[in-house]
Design a protein around this ligand. Structure first.
Ligand SMILES: Nc1nc2c(c(=O)[nH]1)N[C@H]1C(S)=C(S)[C@@H](COP(=O)(O)OP(=O)(O)OC[C@H]3O[C@@H](n4cnc5c(=O)[nH]c(N)nc54)[C@H](O)[C@@H]3O)O[C@H]1N2
Ligand SMILES: Nc1nc2c(c(=O)[nH]1)N[C@H]1C(S)=C(S)[C@@H](COP(=O)(O)OP(=O)(O)OC[C@H]3O[C@@H](n4cnc5c(=O)[nH]c(N)nc54)[C@H](O)[C@@H]3O)O[C@H]1N2
Ligand code: SF4
Ligand SMILES: [Mo]
Length: 740
């Protein structure tokens, strides 16, 4: 495949061979050495390989059909416990996008005239290491940073995090998971004592009342939604979303509350449920801390004020409370409408509080359940060495640091005692001229980060920007001084952890094009070139890293020391954490907290609450509309570097940037569907086509995140505790474009 596509770029790794001797055998991963010849025992037939999809956190298994060592087709296994024979359009097209002509195939290095030129790996790595060392020596240890992702494997994330912080001594590293999951991480840690989404997908089918808050699974998690559709309890499906999304259309109740009024509503619901005596006193006594304080606190959240703030009718608030009261197995699910909020942590906790006081946790069909986003968001949370110390430990805990140091064989002084800067702080410090070297792996910041123009101005100040990506045409790669060509999903070995904490195998079923290497191999090369990093000698294959990590987790809530290696994962069809070495059950659907015990030292969960704060950006007469943003269609993935490469997927979404606007607003502005319009925020303006639809409320518009211009408009505000960007609210004005 790759040879034909890149005729002018023959596969030539002779340079690698020159400098590292025998190690190169490992670096240029060959199918026979890395398991393609070892067909997994379960879930496969006729020479096919089961591999977990590399897009969303659902973690569907796809079956790759092989011919002469390369996948030529995909099908889906009906027995895999996650997707049970289903896949969404992105999954079906996962192989096609690997064939794109803009794949990154050789390193590119910017020359003195500012042009990116092809370079050998040797030149590229010497430049990388040379520049980074020089920057660190000249400007000090705060001058380097990296940005990672929830879209590479657990083993690769761990390698990047460990190499960066323990090896190269880079103090600051964060991931695109900051844009996505940080809020839930902090909310769970504070409430439960550990970052632990408690559910299993069976809960979608077992619940009788499912409440989706700021989540649009029909578009964003279509196979999870299929699990909801299989629910035989004739459930109430309740959606809280300012827009009438595809999910809201399919639900039995939709509450189109005003954007960012959720916290008021959940505190009011808490008060109403207490007044109606709909609390589980036994559960509260044994497993929950802070009920009396919570009860006193929610007294201030009257139904009258709630109606005023949320824009909902009295009957709607009553009906919602009654639905929770009547439900026997109530489950709460949230995604970015909650996490991407300037008060997201407290909002997620206001949902957790309702599950706790009503005893809806730890039992089938219940839970306070954050749905994750990217295929390995959960892996990033536990192993990337960013929000937690690698393996689910705490940076600030000296016992944890010494355990990590002894289990990984790293000198204790190399294990930092504080987390590094978060993504927003790294951007601030680039802007301030402190961070001068940045290494970006598998994320497209120059499209996805909030307040784009500011980010780009900051990036211009960098001395050296390294971008490691599958494609050389991303907006971020265009700004790079060095582009490192990476293999993508399907071209490398490893594991992902999905939303229900299931660790699944992702497999190499294709050869990466030309000189592109798996991120694992790139990290290995970087550590060799950096020098004096013998500690990583044992990190010699993805599976070896997996085994090291499994041992590292022993005794933590995410203990997976009972998983012996890849073969066990393949045989069992993925394994949910925890899986300690003494675990003895064959259950394939496991939820947390079935015994009512949480991870705080006293075994109880905490009710955490705080008064709502004011909006970081208000609408006014100049900027009278609220702009919401999010996913557009199930065929589009984020910044579109992958999905836009499939003819099939491209047919499933609008080509040009568009915005959704209510018919009444459109009529007032004399705009019809298709009218080119200028949308301006206090930061920038863009031109987009109108799509007139009553799915958005009066005074609100929706713009999908898949177009680069969207984040020119967004307002850089963040949750205080998690530092997650509040993408889903900014003030804009709209007028017809030709009125200029
Ligand atoms: N097709 C596709 N699927 C994806 C992705 C993709 O790019 N494309 N990305 C994946 C990733 S990384 C993620 S994080 C998930 C995201 O999955 P979702 O969070 O489900 O998707 P979004 O569209 O970002 O946001 C969900 C909803 O939040 C609503 N919302 C906005 N403000 C508020 C508010 O104040 N209150 C409430 N209650 N709701 C609000 C929006 O109207 C939107 O409908 O999707 C994953 N799946
Ligand atoms: N306005 C607005 N902005 C948003 C959001 C929103 O709702 N509204 N949502 C936010 C959220 S939740 C998220 S998760 C982010 C996503 O934002 P990004 O992470 O920037 O989006 P992606 O397009 O997934 O970028 C991943 C990059 O990694 C590359 N890649 C894929 N696989 C590999 C691999 O295996 N190795 C390497 N080296 N590269 C690889 C891809 O080509 C791509 O360039 O966007 C955020 N931005
Ligand atoms: S739902 Fe998610 S994991 Fe499943 S096939 Fe689609 S993108 Fe892949
Ligand atoms: Mo995300």
């Amino acid at each position: 495949m790759s040879q034909a596509l890149f005729p002018d770029r023959p596969r030539n790794n002779s340079l690698l061979r020159e400098w590292t001797g025998p190690l190169t055998e490992d670096l240029v991963l060959s199918p026979s050495r890395h398991g393609l010849d070892r067909v997994p025992k379960r879930f496969t037939g006729d020479g096919a390989v089961e591999t977990v999809c590399g897009y969303c956190s659902t973690g569907c298994s796809l079956r790759a059909h092989m011919r002469e060592g390369e996948a030529v087709n995909l099908s889906v296994d009906p027995n895999y416990p996650v997707n049970q024979g289903l896949a969404c359009p992105k999954g079906w097209e996962a192989l096609t996008v690997l064939n794109s002509g803009d794949r990154s195939t050789v390193p590119l290095l910017r020359d003195s005239k500012g042009t990116l030129q092809e370079a050998s790996w040797d030149e590229a790595l010497k430049a990388f290491v040379g520049k980074f060392k020089m920057i660190k020596e000249t400007f000090g240890p705060d001058s380097l940073a990296w940005l990672g992702t929830g879209q590479i494997t657990v083993e690769e994330l761990a390698y990047l995090g460990a190499l960066g912080r323990f090896g190269m001594g880079i103090r600051h590293g964060d991931g695109n998971t900051r844009q996505c999951m940080a809020t839930s991480v902090v909310a769970y840690k504070q409430s439960f004592g550990f970052d632990a989404p408690p559910y299993t997908y069976q809960d979608f089918e077992d619940s009788d009342t499912l409440i989706f808050v700021g989540a649009n699974p029909c578009i964003a998690h279509p196979i999870m939604w299929q699990r909801v559709m299989r629910n035989r309890n004739r459930p109430e499906i309740i959606v809280l979303d300012p827009r009438k999304t595809e999910t809201a259309e399919a639900a039995s109740q939709h509450y189109a509350l005003r954007p960012k009024s959720d916290l008021q509503l959940f505190y009011c619901l808490g008060r109403m449920l207490i007044e109606r005596d709909c609390v589980d006193e036994r559960f509260i006594d044994s497993s929950v801390e802070g009920f009396d304080e919570y009860k006193a606190f929610v007294q201030d959240f009257s139904i009258e004020e709630t109606i005023e703030r949320t824009g909902l009718a009295y009957e709607e608030v009553e009906r919602l409370a009654t639905s929770i009261e009547r439900g026997k197995r109530v489950s709460f699910w949230w995604t970015m409408g909650v996490n991407q909020n300037y008060e997201g942590v407290r909002l997620a906790q206001s949902i957790i509080n309702l599950a706790l006081i009503t005893g809806n946790i730890g039992q089938p069909g219940t839970g306070a359940n954050s749905i994750t986003g990217q295929c390995n968001a959960m892996g990033s949370r536990l192993f990337a060495n960013t929000s937690s110390l690698i393996g689910g430990y705490d940076f600030v805990n000296p016992d944890h640091r010494s355990l990590v140091s002894s289990r990984l064989g790293i000198e204790e002084s190399y294990v930092p005692s504080i987390p590094g800067w978060s993504y927003d702080q790294i951007v601030d410090q680039i802007e301030a001229g402190v961070v001068k070297g940045l290494w970006i792996v598998a994320t497209n910041s120059a499209h996805s980060w909030i307040d784009q123009d500011r980010l780009r101005r900051a990036f211009e100040k960098l001395e050296f920007l390294v971008v490691q990506d599958m494609y050389c045409t991303t907006e971020t790669a265009a700004m790079a001084d060095l582009v490192l060509p990476a293999a993508g999903w399907g071209e490398k070995e490893g594991t992902f952890i999905n939303s229900e904490r299931r660790i699944g195998r992702t497999r190499k079923v294709r050869q990466a094009p030309s000189e592109a290497l798996a991120d694992f191999s790139i990290f290995r090369l970087v550590s060799r070139y950096w020098g004096d990093l013998n500690v990583f000698d044992s990190w010699s294959s993805p599976e070896n890293i997996f085994k090291i990590l499994a041992k590292l987790t022993e005794g933590r809530p995410c203990d997976i020391s009972g998983i012996g290696g890849y073969e066990m994962l393949e045989e069992k069809g993925g394994i949910q954490w925890p899986y300690p070495s003494d675990y003895r059950s064959d259950s394939v659907q496991r939820r947390l907290f079935e015994d009512g015990k949480f991870y705080h030292p006293n075994g109880k969960a905490k009710l955490i609450f705080e008064r709502p704060c004011s909006l970081p950006e208000e609408v006014d007469e100049n900027y009278p509309f609220v702009m919401l943003s999010g996913r557009g269609t199930s065929a589009q993935w984020h910044t579109q570097t992958r999905t836009s490469k499939s003819d099939v997927l491209r047919k499933l979404y609008p080509k040009d940037v568009y915005f959704e606007i209510n018919p009444e607003d459109a009529s007032n502005l004399q705009i019809q569907s298709g009218t080119l319009s200028k949308i301006a925020s206090r930061r920038a303006s863009i031109v987009a086509k109108a799509m007139v639809t009553s799915t958005v409320r009066l005074g609100q518009i929706f713009v999908s995140m898949h177009y680069q211009v969207t984040n020119k408009l967004t307002h850089a505000s963040f949750d205080l505790y998690s530092k997650q960007p509040s993408y889903k609210y900014c003030a804009v004005s709209i007028r017809k474009y030709d009125e200029n």
